[in-house]
Design a protein around this ligand. Structure first.
Ligand code: AFP
Length: 287
């Protein structure tokens, strides 16, 4: 049964997508500010965050707006906590490559585990704008197009999305010398079996796995055992989607959705994809 609040959240994300894209040409420069994770923020990040805060703050049933770019949750009423990465992969803006917006709808105040998610999705700004949405009705892919009224229309192109049986692609983040030996060994095996698809935007790279099957990882690194990606804004929503599609997620030892956060901007190693590839990953890291 479709949750009307969840539907309204993804309507707001779809409605905002054209405006986010339209504003990018003039916002490929640094904003001069840093986000709570200590990363340089681009003008495009700041603008996308502002547009989404306005749109999601208007949705009845959304109680708090929580952004990767903001230190704390913003109280906007009663209801779900909506966590967003407003412009994932924004370092791709200068090279004009894929980016996206990641969304997690939590039925609890953040920080909390992914088990409190009631829906998750992402908008992908590629040659066209698509959205993958996972909620109580399953997982679907939609195309978002600009409407005549300046708004946006959503049309379902694939209903009941599941991961393809035969995995064909992989994408691993971080530099090879920074990978722990056990992960490097696993990666060597996978490289012999699958095709490389890595573009530097988690949303774009995960959508390769969603479309063709395989594995995406931003692993634990030798000097960063917690990896790079944020649990609340990136890892949880992606894990929720991939698990709902019949795939698996892991932090190296178990489902991402069981990770109990300490802070709002916690990082976590992220491994997602075809379940048997994640089983092999956990076995390799367990040795
Ligand atoms: P930006 O938003 O700063 O571009 O970071 C993107 C990201 O969080 C995620 O989308 C990518 O998977 C990962 O970082 C890319 O990291 P590397 O630049 O180390 O490959």
């Amino acid at each position: 049964m479709t949750d009307p609040v969840v539907e309204a959240v993804f309507d707001a994300v779809a409605e905002t997508a054209p405006a986010i894209r339209d504003a990018l040409p003039g916002r490929r420069v640094e904003s001069g500010t840093e986000n709570p994770s200590g990363e340089t923020v681009l003008a495009g990040d700041v603008h996308a965050d502002k547009l989404l805060a306005e749109a999601l703050g208007e949705v009845d049933g959304v109680g708090s707006f929580v952004s990767e770019e903001r230190p704390e949750a913003v109280d906007v009423g009663e209801g779900y906590a909506v966590a967003i990465d407003p412009l994932d992969g924004s370092s791709n803006l200068r090279s004009n490559n894929t980016m996206g917006t990641v969304v997690g709808v939590y039925d609890a105040a953040l920080p909390t585990s992914g088990r409190d998610l009631v829906a998750a999705g992402y908008a992908l700004y590629g040659p066209i704008t698509t959205m993958v949405v996972a909620d109580g009705d399953g997982v679907r892919e939609e195309v978002v197009e600009r409407g005549d009224d300046g708004g946006a229309s959503r049309s379902v192109v694939v209903d009941d999305l599941t991961l393809p049986d035969e995995p064909t692609v992989y994408g691993f983040g971080g530099r090879v010398p920074d990978w722990p030996a056990a992960f490097r060994e696993y990666a060597r095996e996978v490289e012999d079996e699958l095709k490389l698809r890595y573009g530097g935007s988690m949303v774009g790279d995960v959508n390769q796995v969603v479309t063709y099957g395989g594995v995406f990882a931003y692993p634990a690194l030798v000097d960063a055992p917690e990896g790079k990606l944020r649990l609340s804004f990136e890892a949880n929503p992606i894990a929720y989607i991939i698990e709902a599609m019949g795939g698996a997620s892991s932090d190296g030892s178990g489902s991402i959705l069981d990770v109990e956060p300490e802070g709002l901007h916690d990082r976590v190693p992220l491994y997602v994809g075809t379940d048997r590839l994640i089983d092999r990953l956990e076995a390799a890291l367990d040795e």
